[in-house]
Design a protein around this ligand. Sequence first.
Ligand SMILES: Nc1ncnc2c1ncn2[C@@H]1O[C@H](COP(=O)(O)OP(=O)(O)O)[C@@H](O)[C@H]1O
Ligand SMILES: [Mg+2]
Length: 258
Amino acid sequence: MSAKVICITNQKGGVGKTTTAVNLAYYLAKDKFKTLLIDFDPQGNATSGLGIEKNDAALTGRTMTDVILGAIRLEEIILPTKYKNFSIAPTTPDLANAEVEMANMQKKFVRLRDAVRQVSESYDYIIIDSPPSLSLLTVNGMIASNYLLIPVQTEFYALEGVAQLLESMKLVMKQANPSLKLLGVLATMYDKRTSLSAQVYTEIKKYFKTLTFKTTIPRNVRVAEAPSHGVPVGAYDKFSKGAKAYKEFTKEVERRTK
Ligand SMILES: Nc1ncnc2c1ncn2[C@@H]1O[C@H](COP(=O)(O)OP(=O)(O)O)[C@@H](O)[C@H]1O
Ligand SMILES: [Mg+2]
């Protein structure tokens, strides 16, 4: 069986992509699924959020940059995390330069897909964290995946840009990856003290219907604190509202990808 590959994407920054990628991967692994998290954002927040120093010399020559440029195989850069069943393919800021180089390379759209295929048999789930843009990297992420998962922050302008994202998805389906599916839309940073979050969640449901995840992720300070300790929120404070929500959300993902 090959892995189910999920690309977490939204060209807006700060909507909870990386947080969702790290915590979904953590809880999938906790549920005994062999899980690989690919950090595919040059900001490397998933890498540092798991306690791997982005500037660590040990990473030299062994990151997604090197994989995507064809210098090394994906399996050779994969690192274990502190958690059973949970591995990461780290990245560093030079992935941004690799993106520029890639633009002139052959098969520039399928470089990540081809790398993912090398390791697909070894995992149950592969989660891809993407940059806040509809760039070549993001398109590589979409082409490499079976599913797209879109986190949407429950704030004003939440759905701004989502139509464009769905257009990109359609294009990818037409040109390169016809079986790509929208796994769902996740409402993040939900603040139940304001009516705005509820309004935005209603709007999301109106637009995406059953594709909207039932679980919403609350705005929770423990979620924001965890990355500075280099751990997922489930390991930082498993009783926090944020951890419980990500655990429940993970069950929904498991059911939808059965
Ligand atoms: N549920 C949450 N509650 C509080 N802070 C959050 C929550 N989700 C994300 N954050 C914080 O918001 C910021 C943006 O989240 P992040 O996951 O990095 O977004 P993206 O990857 O889309 O840019 C980060 O500082 C993160 O720690
Ligand atoms: Mg991010």
